[in-house]
Design a protein around this ligand. Structure first.
Ligand SMILES: *Cc1c(COP(=O)(O)O)cnc(C)c1O
Length: 430
């Protein structure tokens, strides 16, 4: 199939994420390290890690070998009534690496499913406690938790498509997005509204769900660890479970292995995904404390009611184990710090450009927030012409490169962002 044929079939038949039919797409031939090779021979430096996932870069020999080794044993086997070493090793890794109270692991096939599982765990736990009325969720605005219905219901109500699906979405409780930035203390005025909501709805709440420290696709916002500690304390006071969605933040992205560590807190339920397999295969997990797991088992019907067909897929678990071991063997903290410093220095010139309202960096995440939405089509084209893969959304141009990116590649990414923001002459109204 030549490129024209490929593009024509794609245009006529393929859906892409959140994209209008016929929106431009760039055919990829291969990817290696931090480079994406397009079918026309051009090479792009990767600034996205394929949406938080490819932390070790692409086509990594160790991860490739893990897939090959597992393939020779078995690609898949059902997890009902059977178990296997790749899944058990992964479960042990997750129990060891996440905060100590999290002891029970449910393997899922994607992040959204992990969030559904977390929500169902909280609801089944309440039912087992004889509190069936406590089935609602409290969350904060500007969140993103996935695209399935339960997850969508706790996404930001404005950016999260609620108006399209309001007829079928459960109505959840929304507190304002945290207004205290990462390096600011959380003052009473920052948490008052949340505190009032959890008190008012206590009798109907199963859990609070939020992304700890870094809100991702809902706005790329970083908030104070103090705020997260205050949320944990309020959950304890009102006996509401805390679900930490670490799908984007997990595995080092914000500078700690999990973002909860910035606040020194432990949730009752945690979701992980995205970087779990180093971007090789779709896999996620939901972890729960012994209290939650035992509570569910003690209730009716005595089992947690979920079980995906591809649960614990051995290929995905094997590459997840290899990715986690690769991460832990690397000096990942130093790498993230180096990326953080380079992003801070490299994106700083954006602050002086008209139309930029904020520049913020946390760990290996760099964000330039603009006053108005970027025109996707022309800005994407401009970045590709400059040899970088950066995919903005809304008013945000952001970088989250693979951890293995080198100084020159990072510099090229930042230079491209500063240049494109400074040009500011994209086709308006797209
Ligand atoms: C991406 C994401 C999800 C959804 O994960 P999928 O694998 O896309 O279903 C959920 N929560 C957060 C915080 C995410 O960033």
């Amino acid at each position: 199939m030549d490129i024209d044929q490929l593009l024509s079939i794609d245009r006529d038949h393929a859906w892409h994420p959140y994209a209008a039919p016929g929106a431009p797409v760039y055919p990829v031939q291969s990817a290696q390290g931090c480079r994406i090779r397009l079918a026309d021979g051009r090479e792009l430096i990767d600034g996205m890690s394929s949406w938080w996932c490819a932390i070790h870069g692409y086509n990594h020999p160790v991860l490739n070998q893990a897939v090959r080794d597992q393939l020779a044993a078995m690609a898949h086997i059902m997890f009902g009534g059977l178990t296997h070493a790749p899944a058990v090793r992964l479960i042990k890794h997750l129990v060891d690496l996440t905060p100590a109270p999290l002891q029970h692991v449910f393997l899922c096939d994607s992040g959204s499913v992990a969030v559904e599982v977390a929500i169902k765990m909280a609801i089944q736990f309440r039912q087992a406690q004889g509190q069936p009325r406590r089935h609602r969720l409290l969350t904060i605005r500007s969140g993103y938790h996935g695209d399935t219905c339960g997850a969508m219901a706790v996404c930001d109500p404005v950016t999260g498509m609620h108006h399209l699906f309001s007829a079928i979405l459960p109505q959840q409780v929304f507190a304002p997005a945290p207004a205290c930035r990462f390096d600011e203390p959380c003052e009473p005025r920052h948490i008052d509204a949340f505190a009032a909501l959890i008190a008012r709805h206590q009798d109907e709440l199963a859990a609070v769900i939020l992304e700890p420290i870094c809100q991702g696709a809902g706005g790329m916002r970083f908030y104070s660890p103090d705020y997260l500690r205050a949320v944990r304390a309020l959950c304890d006071r009102h006996d509401v479970l805390l679900i930490a969605d670490e799908i984007a933040t997990g595995f080092g992205r914000t500078g700690t292995l999990f973002a909860c560590e910035h606040a020194g807190i432990s949730p009752d339920i945690m979701t992980v995904g995205k970087a779990l397999t180093g971007g090789y295969m779709t896999l996620a997990a939901t972890l729960a404390t012994a209290r939650v797991a035992q509570g569910i088992s003690a209730g009716d019907p005595g089992v947690f009611m979920h079980g995906p067909t591809f649960m614990g897929n051995p290929l995905a678990c094997a590459v997840a184990n290899a990715s986690i071991e690769l991460l832990l063997q690397s000096d990942w903290q130093a790498r993230i710090r180096r990326i953080e410093r380079a992003l801070q220095a490299g994106l700083a010139p954006c602050r002086d450009i008209p139309g930029v309202v904020d520049v913020r960096v946390l760990g290996a995440i760099g964000v330039v927030e603009l006053a108005s939405p970027v025109p996707m089509r022309s800005i994407q084209q401009r970045f590709v012409d400059l040899g970088v893969w950066i995919r903005p959304f809304g008013r945000l141009i952001y970088l989250m490169p693979p951890y293995v990116i080198d100084a020159a590649e990072l510099d090229a990414l930042c230079t491209a962002v500063v240049r494109v923001v400074a040009e500011g002459d994209w086709v308006p109204g797209e």
